[in-house]
Design a protein around this ligand. Structure first.
Ligand SMILES: [Fe+2]
Ligand SMILES: [Fe+2]
Length: 145
């Protein structure tokens, strides 16, 4: 999918999320219990190292501009923000005991969330945001804890 330059890094991260989701879906059907347990740890690492930052990047740039200036995109954005919350909770509460259910839910949610951003949100952002707002999508500073 064609993307404006300013959204390309987020789109590349979406590609990583979609690959991660497909691998998990395959693994929960065919993997051994050791592989499934190892995947829980891998997903939690992915969340800590990459996904949380991806969410913060979207929240601080795309969603904050939308809530300020583009009321027509608020309904979709509210749904996507709610999904960030659900994915965060899932990643933080995932355990080896409930690995199959947790991984399946995570993979399904991450895949549908990412697809909606790529197919619905990003095209609308590209159409609505002015040059300054688009440029600002690249100014992301992670929260420090
Ligand atoms: Fe998102
Ligand atoms: Fe995203």
């Amino acid at each position: 999918m064609q993307r404006v330059e300013q959204l390309k890094s987020l789109s590349r991260e979406h590609h990583v999320s979609l690959v991660m989701s497909s691998r998990i879906m395959k693994l929960v059907k065919e993997g051994s219990s050791e592989e499934i347990t190892a995947k829980v740890i891998e997903v939690q690492q992915y969340y800590n190292d990459e996904l949380e930052l991806h969410f913060q990047h979207e929240e601080q740039t795309l969603f904050s501009t939308i809530f300020k200036n583009y009321p027509e995109l608020r309904t979709l954005s509210t749904q996507l923000l709610k999904e960030h919350g659900e994915i965060r909770v899932l990643c933080q509460s995932m355990t080896a005991e409930s690995a199959i259910n947790d991984l399946t839910r995570f993979a399904e949610l991450l895949k549908s969330h990412t697809r909606i951003e790529e197919r619905e949100l990003f095209p609308q952002v590209e159409a609505c945001f002015n040059a300054e707002e688009l440029a600002a999508t690249q100014d992301f500073q992670p929260d420090t804890f």
